[in-house]
Design a protein around this ligand. Sequence first.
Ligand SMILES: *Cc1c(COP(=O)(O)O)cnc(C)c1O
Length: 352
Amino acid sequence: MEFNVGKLMRSAIKNFQPYQAKDYPGVVKLDANENPYAWPAGLATQLYEQVRFNRYPDPEARVLRQKISAYTGVDVNNVMVGNGSDELIQMLLLAFGGDGTKTVVATPTFTMYSLATEYLGGQVVEVPLVNGCKLDVAGMLAAAADPQANLVILCNPNNPTGNTFAPEDIRAIIAGTDKLVVLDEAYYEFAGASLVSELADFPNLVILRTFSKAFAMAGLRIGYLLAAPNITNVLQRVRQPYNSNSFSQAAGALALDFLPQFQSQIQQILRERDKLVSFLGAQNLRQVYPTDANFILFAPHSGAKQLHQQLLDRNISIRYMGNLPVVGESLRVSIGLPAENELFMTALAAVI
Ligand SMILES: *Cc1c(COP(=O)(O)O)cnc(C)c1O
């Protein structure tokens, strides 16, 4: 018998390109929006003292969920933990999307929403942002009104544009639809704006957060979701029992004990961001997008891809975004350590 793996593949993934996170070892890494600072002193030591590796993790992640509950002010029964918020996005699509349904997104935005939708057999409906920064509320609501649309996903601050949306626009979308509205607040700690305090007002609202960005734990894969129990109860059906490992649960819980130290790192990142924003504003670029997050999107007049390569040749990795809807060919730089940002500015000024 001849074995043909292609014949066995689900049709949804037949023409599918896997997500490729490029890794360039040994470079100044300004391409993944991570917190560049070392963990606060004492965190790692306490972590190793606490974790018992021979036991299965708490399947309910109770300690971490309690800490998240105290941090967000949301009842612990409304908190779910995931192996990164990427896993929670997948769980949302497994439970509510895919299979011929539609997911409405405001583009350009985080690609994981469309990836998970498409590999599960759903369809993405893109509603372009007005000028690359404002929500088209009427357009989003019209798309959400399609009987096949189950999910609307918003990202605030938005990746890759960096800006926050007007809260009244976000509220208008949540209140104007009976579909699930997922609000990804991965960069909340840099922007300060959140709808968490209004979660109880909106039965269809799901908020996503992560420890990957402000809390410097991208390598540990800790995301969380906040929503009413009738929503989290549905998500439980598609959750792997031990989706969050002991080490990551303990790390996330401890991170919240070190909140003041992380807050001072965030302040340093924001000061560095202001420096980079003024620097980029003074360069000969087509566009620098306003940002409330720890990264900046910008577009050169031409040759974004070459610019990306020229920086890489100087050992600096930023993200080439390709040809984005509304925005066009563009680049995204994450805020690094002060010395890394200096290297980036010097290199960019030299090659532009
Ligand atoms: C980085 C990022 C995440 C975080 O994903 P994790 O899986 O928690 O690391 C989620 N949403 C957006 C928009 C992001 O940029």
